[in-house]
Design a protein around this ligand. Structure first.
Ligand SMILES: [Zn+2]
Length: 387
């Protein structure tokens, strides 16, 4: 009896260890969340968060660019989030809005690689391509251009840092599956501020390299938890907080907000900076058709937008753009109540869809984003304003 008890205890231990080990290819993180919602298509928010009020600055000079991407975040995600927060979002404070067409060169419905690349390198490319043109040739991104101009640069995301959107701005490749290869490119990318997940591809590699140690040797301050972000010093920052993607919003805490604050503090300098901030997992939860998790991710992103807008309003020379690489989930807002902060939705797909996404802009040059644009044109406008 005693032996049986021991064996079953060991078995239970082994199972719980298994449950905590993420499979890098299985990206369904709901089983790692410590919280769950009773419905996948309904959500009610108990306590809404306060939103900011900002005034568009008068100056025309663009010194800094903060380019913010809600992965998979279209008009319906913003609409659902707006109702769920009681009829207020920080993004509402951005005075200019336009639309971006997201199709890529070989497909009507794009993936994040090609969708983000068009925003980053100013031209459309093939499905699955990262920071390269249609022929697979690397093209300088707006972030890399900023670096060449002597500006400081940074990216902060809630996915693995080698994932499509951050990679589109920092490195180049034709396959997102080459995760170790993409991660290794960051060592020579010379990006001043890097924050996200994916340590598996940095220090548990098949080639035995430890990229975190290599980055430290290059002068990067390395941080691996939320509590250590605010106190980090130095002028180069590497923050990696999880083995693969970061945990869901309510589990990980305000890593996106805190890392964005730190990035602005470290990057702000006489020559200006280019910072890309991504709310990465709004897309993931729309893929999984779970609206509560998607709304919490959207709130996490929108709270970060609130901080950025207040900072940019004070600075007066910072262009802030908020857009998406594509729309995800065919999300429809069916009914709900602004007063009760409740939504009932329908998802028509577990994939991406081809609906135009909004582009919001604030700060000097913002008016140029009004109207209907190709996604590549959004990148072109940013580049023009950086000159
Ligand atoms: Zn996606």
């Amino acid at each position: 009896m005693k032996r049986f008890f021991l064996a079953s205890a060991l078995l239970a231990l082994a199972f719980s260890a298994l449950a905590q080990t993420q499979d890098p290819l299985d990206r369904d993180q709901s089983k790692y969340a410590t919280y769950s919602f009773s419905n996948d298509d309904k959500y009610t928010v108990e306590t809404p968060y306060e939103t900011v009020t900002v005034v568009q600055p008068k100056g025309k000079k663009v010194k800094n660019v903060i380019f913010m991407i809600g992965d998979g975040t279209g008009l319906s995600q913003w609409s659902v989030g707006w109702v769920a927060n009681g009829g207020a979002l920080n993004v509402d404070q951005m005075p200019v809005a336009g639309y971006s067409r997201t199709y890529c060169t070989d497909k009507l419905v794009t993936d994040s690689c090609a969708g983000g690349t068009a925003l980053a390198i100013r031209e459309k490319t093939k499905y699955g391509y990262i920071g390269v043109d249609e022929n697979g040739e690397p093209v300088e991104s707006n972030l890399q251009y900023a670096k060449r101009k002597g500006m400081k640069t940074g990216v902060t995301v809630t996915c693995r840092i080698n994932d499509a959107t951050p990679a589109d701005f920092c490195i180049h490749g034709t396959s997102r599956k080459d995760e170790e290869g993409l991660a290794a490119q960051y060592v020579d990318a010379n990006v001043d501020f890097i924050s996200g997940g994916g340590t598996h591809f940095w220090n548990q590699r098949s080639d035995g390299r430890n990229l975190i140690e290599e980055m430290k040797a290059k002068g990067y301050t390395y941080v691996d938890k939320l509590e250590d972000i605010a106190g980090a010093e130095g002028d180069k920052f590497l923050g990696l907080y999880d083995e693969y993607d970061l945990k869901p919003a309510l589990d990980r805490g305000p890593i996106l907000l805190e890392s964005t604050k730190k990035a602005i503090e470290m990057l702000d300098n006489k020559k200006g900076f280019f910072l890309m901030v991504e709310g990465s997992q709004i897309d993931d939860w729309c893929h999984r058709n779970k609206v509560g998790y998607a709304i919490e991710e959207l709130f996490d992103f929108d709270k970060t937008i609130g901080y950025v807008l207040e900072w940019a309003a004070k600075d007066g020379q910072t262009l802030v753009v908020v857009t998406a690489d594509h729309n995800t989930g065919g999300l429809t807002l069916l009914k709900g109540s602004i007063e009760e902060r409740t939504v009932k939705v329908h998802f028509s797909t577990k994939g991406h869809d081809g609906i135009v996404v909004p582009v919001f802009a604030f700060g000097p040059g913002a008016e140029a984003f009004s109207g209907v644009h190709e996604n590549s044109e959004v990148g072109q406008i940013v580049r023009k304003l950086m000159k």
